[in-house]
Design a protein around this ligand. Structure first.
Ligand code: FES
Ligand SMILES: [Fe+2]
Length: 443
């Protein structure tokens, strides 16, 4: 593959991709090429399941949140009957963006341009001046819809004709999601619809590569680790990465997990340092007899990094949704989760924990992402090494198709790139679908 080879414009086929992704290297163009980015937005996002939101964000009939499926503007909605839908945020008349509020509740969506109205499940309801349309209610003017599937409140969308069953897609990563949900008393999770939003000048995959990178924390987050030491605690991040028993796993469909808990026998709470108000909150829990290990652990981060390819990262107590903007620009929407069935002190502690790492740790990551993107702009240095740990990885004895390695392995990167390659190259064209088959109505 030469630098000015077969990639200029057009669709990349299997042979092109195979020249760019080898078992132990990736070509820089995956992170810098506009044509690849556009193909990803058509095939990787929407070609399989991608996370769009949580049912708890849709409290009542008519609730909606504005989201993205890759770079497509979509709305996640709950209809009067309670059904959850993902519809294109695009008027079916001339294409106007229908909704600009990030979230809300509405009986209908009304296009500001010519006043067409749609039910929140996408069905065209009313055209103020219907002259000349013979078939305005035939369904052809309904908003485009995606397949939607939900697992214990987590909602995913797909534009594939026949996406895999959601539970098949979650596969061996599903028990990790179950465990995450079951940390919450009564398995009740409230996701707050307004995220913290960050943007950085790097390709979205730079941040995906980092999601299961268990070794960078010791170096890139050094100042954060020192904060922990000053408070006379040892965070998991600060340990010597060469000797930690942390295990990293790469799953089918590109998912991955880094379980930090083997390195912290005292559990998540043992890593907690004092943050503003947290001592008082713990005192309050103790006074009320509620300071159980489970409650205190719930007030700390989960210490399990679960990554569901291509866009959902569970980190600490937060959900990071990776939103590509351009080949060299990415948004992270960071959602806060609270535990409605836990003592109220727990959520207040979680807020302090939530703001801690995003304030003092995440900026390190963003700086690395932007420095990587800058480094990858050098045309003569074409290749990125992804071989770390490959010779040491083993099959998980309990789960077929799962590769395990130590904290330093790049198996999760190699794993998601296999799924990325599959979606980029084996994908039939994606499309939206009508609300429901509806006979043509003659007037
Ligand atoms: S573009 Fe929406 S009603 Fe015309
Ligand atoms: Fe990091």
């Amino acid at each position: 593959m030469t630098e000015n080879g077969a990639l200029a414009g057009g669709h990349l086929h299997r042979a092109d991709i195979d020249r760019l992704v080898t078992p132990d290297h990736v070509h820089r163009r995956l992170y810098t090429d506009d044509a690849i980015f556009e193909q990803e937005m058509r095939t990787v996002f929407g070609g399989s399941w991608a996370y769009v939101g949580h049912e708890s964000e849709l409290a009542e009939p008519g609730s909606f949140v504005r989201r993205r499926l890759g770079t497509r503007a979509v709305l996640l909605t709950r209809s009067a009957g309670g059904e959850i839908s993902v519809v294109l945020n695009r008027c079916s008349h001339r294409g106007t963006l229908l909704v600009t509020e990030d979230h809300g509740c509405s009986a209908v969506f009304t296009c500001p341009y010519h006043g067409w109205r749609f039910d929140v499940d996408g069905r065209l309801k009313n055209v103020p001046v219907p002259s000349s349309y013979e078939d305005v209610r035939s369904g052809r003017f309904d908003l485009g819809r995606a397949h939607v599937a939900s697992y214990r409140g987590f909602v995913f969308a797909s534009l594939a004709d026949e996406p895999p069953e959601l539970e098949t897609w979650l596969g061996a990563a599903k028990p990790w999601l179950d465990e995450y949900i079951d940390r919450y008393p009564d398995a009740r999770i409230q996701v707050h619809a307004t995220p913290l939003r960050y943007e950085f000048a790097a390709n979205w995959k730079v941040s995906w590569d980092n999601a299961a990178d268990g070794i960078h924390a010791t170096f890139a987050h050094r100042s954060y680790n020192l904060l922990g030491k000053e408070a006379d605690t040892e965070t998991v991040l600060a340990r010597n990465p060469a000797s930690t028993p942390i295990v990293s796993r790469a799953y089918p469909f590109g998912h991955s997990v880094v379980d930090q808990r083997p390195s912290i026998p005292g559990g998540p709470w043992s890593t907690m340092r004092s943050l503003p108000t947290t001592d008082e909150l713990v005192d309050s829990l103790r006074r009320r007899g509620l300071a159980s290990r489970e409650v205190l652990d719930l007030g700390t981060g989960s210490m399990v990094n679960l990554n569901l390819f291509p866009n959902l990262i569970f980190v600490g107590n937060q959900l990071v949704v990776v939103e590509p903007v351009a080949v060299n620009r990415t948004r992270w929407s960071v959602y806060l989760l609270s535990a409605p069935s836990a003592p109220e002190e727990t959520d207040l502690m979680r807020l302090r924990v939530d703001e801690d790492f995003v304030s003092f740790g995440t900026p390190d990551d963003f700086e690395m992402f932007e420095r990587i993107q800058e480094g990858l702009s050098i045309p003569e240095a074409e290749w990125i090494d992804t071989s770390r740990g490959a010779a040491l990885d083993t099959e998980d004895p309990e789960v077929v198709g799962v590769l395990m390695g130590d904290v330093a392995t790049e198996a999760p990167i190699r794993g998601y790139l296999r799924e990325w390659t599959r979606l980029m190259t084996e994908q039939p064209p994606l499309r939206t679908r009508p609300v429901s088959p509806r006979p043509t109505v003659s007037r």
